[in-house]
Design a protein around this ligand. Structure first.
Ligand code: GTP
Ligand code: SPV
Ligand code: MN
Length: 598
C-alpha cells in the first residue's frame, strides 16, 4: 500500500523497520470508518476479537491476551540513555547500542506472514500547541483498534506532521509473545520506543505510558513542561463556576473513579457536578497570560480497570463502556454474548454459559475471593472506551488551551500513616510530599502488614530519566509558575483495626475536594501540623453520611508521630536508592520534617 505521506523521515524509517521485520504487506491506518470496520471483521474472522451482542453492547468486542501477558512488565521496561546516570537507579538501563543489537535479533523476520500497520496518531488535539505526533508500527489489529480509541488517529495527523522529523517512532511486534524475550524499551535521545513479545495494553499501546509519560517526561524536562500520571477533573459549583484539579495516584489506586465521581445526594441536589477531562495522564504547561498551570489530557479514551466497576461505584465508567468498547480479559457470557467481571453485579453467568479470561469454561460457584486463580475476569482486565461516550465528559475536553489547575493532589493506599487529607506548606514542600508518596501492597491472604513501596508522584514506573532530576524539574517548575496551584495529599484507604476502610470513598471523596478548593480560595482555616496543614474536623462536611461521625473524621486526620518517624527512616533509604541526583532542597525538607516530628 502506498505511503500516506511524502515525508522522507517517515518513509525511510518505515522502510528500515520493514526491511528488518519483513512483513508480507504494509497497511496505513487512515482513521476512516470503512477501514476500521474491515479490520474488525478481519480480527473477528481469525478469533483475535469476538463480536459481542450488538443490541446490548453496540460496536463492542472482547479480546483475550496470552495467559502470560496480562500487565505492564516493569522488570522488562528499559530506559536506554547513553549513560546509566541519565536513566538513574530507579529505571532499568541498557546501553542503546547493546539494546538495539538485542532487539534487532528479536525483530528480524518477526512479521513474516503478517501485516505491518502504520498508525499515525496525535497525543493531544491535532495541531494544537500541546499536541505531539507519534507513528506506531505494529503487527496487531488489536493494537490498531485500541489506538483508534485511545488516541487521535488518521490522515489529518500525517498531514499536520507535513515534512517535519518531529515525531515519536514506535515499533511493536508481537513476535512469539515470549516472556523471556519481552522488552519495552525507550530511547529518549532518538525519540524512539521499541516493544516486542507482548500484546498487553500498557506494553503495546505505545502512545500511552511509553510516549505520553516516559518519552514526554523527558521532553517536558527539556522543554519546560510536565507529563504526569494524573487525572484531570472539573468541579462545578451551583453558580456555574468550574474549578479544575489534577490528581496523581499509583496504578489501580482510584484515578478513573475520582475523575468520574458522582457527587453525594446533598451536593447533587444543590447543583454541584463533576466533569471528567482525563483519567490517567495530564500534560501541564505554564500559561504566559495568567501565569497559571494549564492541563490537557493527551489521550482520547480510557483504558480502565474493569473489576469493581459497577452502577454504584462508577456508573459513568459503566455507561461509557456500553458502546464502542473493547473488553480485554473479562468473562464472556455465552448465553447472551455479553461480558461480566467480578464486582459488576451479583449475577455472574452460570456454569456452562461462562468462559473465563483464559478462554476456559468458568464455574462461578468455585469462586473464592482469596484465591485469584478462581477469578473469571483477570484482576487487571480492562475496558478500552471512547472519551466521547462518557456522560460526564467535560466541555473543555477539546479545548486546545487546556484547563487552569487550582490544586494538585497526590495520594496512595496507606492503611496507616497518611491522614485523609493534608496541604503542603508551599511548592517546594509539595514537591517533597510528592517525592515521598507511597502505596501499600495488600497481602490480605497471609494477613501480613502492607509493604510500603515508594512511588513518587505515582511516576515510579513512568519517569523517562533520572528520578533525582525529575524531582529537580518539579522544583524548577515551581520557580517559573507565578500563580502555582496548591499541592495536597489524600488517602482514601486508611483502615480500622479489622482492616476495613474507614472513609467511604468514591462519591464522598467530593467532600474532601471541596475542602481542598476552599483552601485554594482562602475560604477556610486549617491546623498546622508537622506534616502540613490539616483540616479542622468540623470543616469536612459529613451531612448525609451514615457511618461517619465527627470522631471518625478526627481519627482519619490524626498524625501518628511514631509511624511518621518510621516513614522518615524509610524515605531516607529511598532517597539513598534514588542516589546523588536527589536535590538538596528535598533533603532540607526531610530534615525539617524530622525536626518538626521531634
Ligand atoms: P490505572 O488505570 O491503573 O492507572 O488506575 P486508576 O488509578 O485509574 O484506578 P481505578 O480508578 O481504576 O481504581 C482501581 C481500584 O481502586 C478499584 O479496585 C476501585 O474499587 C478502588 N477505588 C477507587 N476509588 C476508591 C475509593 O475512594 N475508596 C476505596 N476504598 N477504593 C477505591
Ligand atoms: C497503569 O498501569 O497505570 C495503567 C494501565 O493505566 S496501562 O496502560 O497498562 O499501563
Ligand atoms: Mn495509569
Amino acid at each position: 500500500m502506498a505511503s500516506l505521506t511524502t515525508n522522507k523521515y517517515v518513509n525511510s524509517w518505515i522502510d528500515e523497520m520493514a526491511a528488518m521485520t519483513q512483513p508480507d504487506k504494509i497497511v496505513w491506518i487512515d482513521g476512516s470508518d470503512e477501514q476500521t470496520e474491515a479490520l474488525r471483521a478481519e480480527a473477528c474472522s481469525t478469533g483475535e476479537i469476538i463480536k459481542l451482542n450488538q443490541e446490548i453492547l453496540p460496536n463492542c468486542y472482547l479480546h483475550r491476551t496470552a495467559v502470560n501477558d496480562v500487565a505492564r512488565v516493569e522488570g522488562r521496561t528499559f530506559i536506554c540513555t547513553p549513560t546509566k546516570e541519565e536513566a538513574g537507579n530507579i529505571n532499568n538501563w541498557m546501553d542503546p547500542n547493546e539494546m538495539y543489537a538485542k532487539l534487532n535479533a528479536l525483530y528480524t523476520g518477526s512479521m513474516k506472514g503478517r501485516t505491518m500497520y502504520v498508525i499515525p496518531y496525535s497525543m493531544g488535539i491535532v495541531g494544537s500547541d500541546f499536541a505531539k505526533i507519534g507513528i506506531e508500527l505494529t503487527d496487531s489489529i488489536y493494537v490498531v483498534l485500541n489506538m483508534i480509541i485511545m488516541t487521535r488517529v488518521g490522515k489529518n495527523v500525517i498531514d499536520a506532521l507535513g515534512d517535519s522529523a518531529d515525531f515519536i517512532k514506535g515499533l511493536h511486534a508481537k513476535a512469539d509473545l515470549d516472556e523471556e524475550n519481552r522488552y519495552i524499551t525507550h530511547f529518549p535521545q532518538d525519540n524512539t520506543i521499541m516493544s516486542v513479545n507482548s500484546g498487553y495494553g500498557g506494553n503495546v499501546l505505545l502512545g500511552k505510558k511509553c510516549f505520553a509519560l516516559r518519552i514526554a517526561s523527558y521532553l517536558g524536562r527539556k522543554e519546560g513542561w510536565m507529563a504526569e500520571h494524573m487525572l484531570i477533573l472539573g468541579l462545578e459549583y451551583p453558580n456555574g463556576e468550574v474549578k479544575y484539579i489534577t490528581a496523581a495516584f499509583p496504578s489501580a489506586c482510584g484515578k478513573t473513579n475520582l475523575a468520574m465521581l458522582i457527587p453525594p445526594e446533598i451536593y447533587r441536589n444543590k447543583g454541584y457536578k463533576v466533569w471528567t477531562v482525563g483519567d490517567d495522564i495530564a500534560w501541564l504547561r505554564v500559561n504566559k497570560e495568567d501565569g497559571r498551570v494549564y492541563a490537557v489530557n493527551p489521550e482520547n479514551g480510557f483504558f480502565g480497570v474493569a473489576p469493581g466497576t459497577n452502577l454504584k461505584s462508577n456508573p459513568n465508567a459503566l455507561y461509557t463502556t456500553m458502546r464502542d468498547t473493547i473488553f480485554t480479559n473479562v468473562v464472556h457470557n455465552t448465553e447472551n454474548n455479553t461480558v461480566w467481571w467480578e464486582g459488576l453485579d451479583n449475577n455472574p453467568p452460570t456454569p456452562g454459559n461462562a468462559i473465563d479470561w483464559k478462554g476456559n469454561p468458568w464455574d462461578c460457584t468455585k469462586y473464592d475471593k482469596k484465591d485469584k486463580s478462581t477469578c473469571g475476569a483477570h484482576p487487571n482486565s480492562r475496558f478500552t472506551a471512547s472519551a466521547k461516550n462518557c456522560p460526564c465528559l467535560s466541555s473543555e475536553f477539546d479545548n486546545v488551551k487546556g484547563v487552569p489547575v487550582s490544586a494538585i493532589i497526590f495520594g496512595g493506599r496507606r492503611a496507616k500513616t497518611a491522614p485523609l487529607v493534608y496541604e503542603s506548606f508551599n511548592w517546594q514542600h509539595g514537591t517533597f510530599v510528592g517525592s515521598i508518596m507511597a502505596s501499600e501492597t495488600t497481602a490480605a491472604a497471609s494477613g501480613a502488614v502492607g509493604v510500603v513501596r515508594r512511588d513518587p508522584m505515582a511516576m515510579r514506573p513512568f519517569v523517562g530519566y533520572n528520578m533525582g532530576d525529575y524531582f529537580k524539574h518539579w522544583l524548577n517548575m515551581g520557580k517559573v509558575i507565578p500563580n502555582a496551584p496548591k499541592i495536597f495529599h489524600v488517602n482514601w484507604f486508611r483502615t480500622d483495626a479489622e482492616g476495613h476502610f474507614i472513609w467511604p470513598g468514591y462519591g464522598d471523596n467530593m467532600r474532601v475536594l471541596l475542602w481542598i478548593l476552599a483552601r485554594c480560595a482562602g475560604e477556610v482555616d486549617a491546623v498546622e501540623t508537622a506534616i502540613g496543614y490539616v483540616p479542622k474536623a468540623e470543616d469536612i462536611n459529613i451531612e448525609g453520611l451514615e457511618d461517619v461521625t465527627l470522631d471518625t473524621i478526627k481519627e482519619l486526620l490524626t498524625i501518628d508521630v511514631e509511624s511518621w518517624k518510621e516513614d522518615v527512616a524509610n524515605i531516607k533509604e529511598f532517597y539513598a536508592q534514588v542516589g546523588d541526583h536527589v536535590p538538596a532542597e528535598l533533603y532540607e525538607e526531610l530534615a525539617a520534617l524530622e525536626a518538626r516530628l521531634g
